[in-house]
Design a protein around this ligand. Sequence first.
Ligand code: FAD
Ligand code: SF4
Length: 471
Amino acid sequence: MSQNVFQFIDVQRVDPPKKPLKIRKIEFVEIYESFNQSQVQMQADRCLDCGNPYCEWKCPVHNYIPNWLKLANEGRILEAVELSHQTNSLPEVCGRVCPQDRLCEGACTLSDRFGAVTIGNIEKYITDKAFEMGWKPDLSKVVKNGKRVAIIGAGPAGLACADVLVRSGATPVVFDRNPEIGGLLTFGIPSFKLEKEVMQRRREIFTEMGVEFRLGVEVGKDVQFSDLVTEFDAVFLGVGTYTYMKGGFDNETAPGVYDALPYLIANANRLLGFEKSPSDYIDFAGKQVVVLGGGDTAMDCVRTAIRQGASRVICAYRRDEENMPGSKREVQNAREEGVEFMFNLQPVGVELNADGQACGIKVVSTELGAPDANGRRSPVVIAGSEQVLAADAVVMAFGFQPSPSPWMAQHGIGLDSRGRIQAPEQAEFAFQTSNPKVFAGGDAVRGSDLVVTAIYEGRKAAEGILDYLKV
Ligand code: FAD
Ligand code: SF4
């Protein structure tokens, strides 16, 4: 690190430049350029190497952030990438999609007055650069222990579990109904945040490490869960949450009203060449689109609509901007790309034209009332404030709930009242369910959350499985 302890004052925080707007608005490519080596060294050098690093504590996987910042600053990329993989199975993904402003960077000692260290972009640089240099995880010293673990779900939870298991000598076999790995990383999060090649590269790396993928295979349909329980020494469930929450308002199932995830999946399938029929694609070109909701999924929908060539895109949210759950960075990106935000509006019904097709959304204005049980102020409707926003397409982005399969109960896997799989971290073996042979983690256990928390639980569950198998 530099001899100048005031480097963080002399060198300001800089983010990598964004691609020009005219490209961003039409192309499904990541919007941020990559840092170059000298930018990485300058930015990493701003780190104070705090004795008690808040960034590291706040990071759900407790990445050794100041240590790999130091290595990046010294140009020791291969050592940095080895270190980052000690705590994280997909650092190049986290570098791209973690809400760093709420996690490591939000906790950085420098964040309030001087601008946090650009941790996320350096994390992305380290991993991408290492791959470019030909780096691969070295498993040559791993001794196989003969244990085989079935993993259901190739999302971040399942992949992280497979990563830790294979590095410990077990053989993970990952089943997913999708034709590519990644779960929501591939089929939910759009390419302008995470290009599809990132997961394809990871599939090749995991395969070389000894992880077996059985893709296009749905457990419960193409293979039976009971057969997996019999055939394998343990099973991990990383099946995510796929029940779309509805608004409960009039005409929400009318033609022209869409759930967010099928819309995003249809777009991903087209980009990946997995589209079964052209009629599966949901095209908003030339349409007036209103997206309801204020989270990251809503931001992904509005920005996808812009790239499809929608004539007008509005995001309507029932609280104010301050109380939006979505990442501030993504709201800013959406605004730059031409999305209009309308706050304190609650939908009450979809307006239909003579053909029964959505032609608008009726909303009422709200003001924020008393805090609810989670401490968030609830929107209260203002009487007589109805208005209609014209819309050819309405997208509901209200979040997701678990979708437990019947085979879970049949195999004694306990669920809570909201349908989440019960698999406590504090169980005798971490993330073990009420069926001792079955473990679980990620969104299916905690409810819709983040990539990095799914990675954490997948890794910890793998440790639980190894303890259970006594290897
Ligand atoms: P998933 O990623 O959902 O993976 C579950 C996998 O299980 C899927 O591939 C599914 O096909 C498979 N599966 C399920 N049942 C079966 C079965 N019976 N047989 C075979 N396979 C099965 N988080 C962030 O940190 N940053 C973001 O920017 C961000 N953006 C998001 C944008 C959108 C649109 C959405 C929907 C979520 C976003 N998230 C984001 C949240 C994040 O993607 C999830 O928290 C994370 O992917 C959960 O990982 P998981 O492995 O638990 O589940
Ligand atoms: Fe460096 Fe900020 Fe972490 Fe301190 S909190 S070690 S300054 S990145």
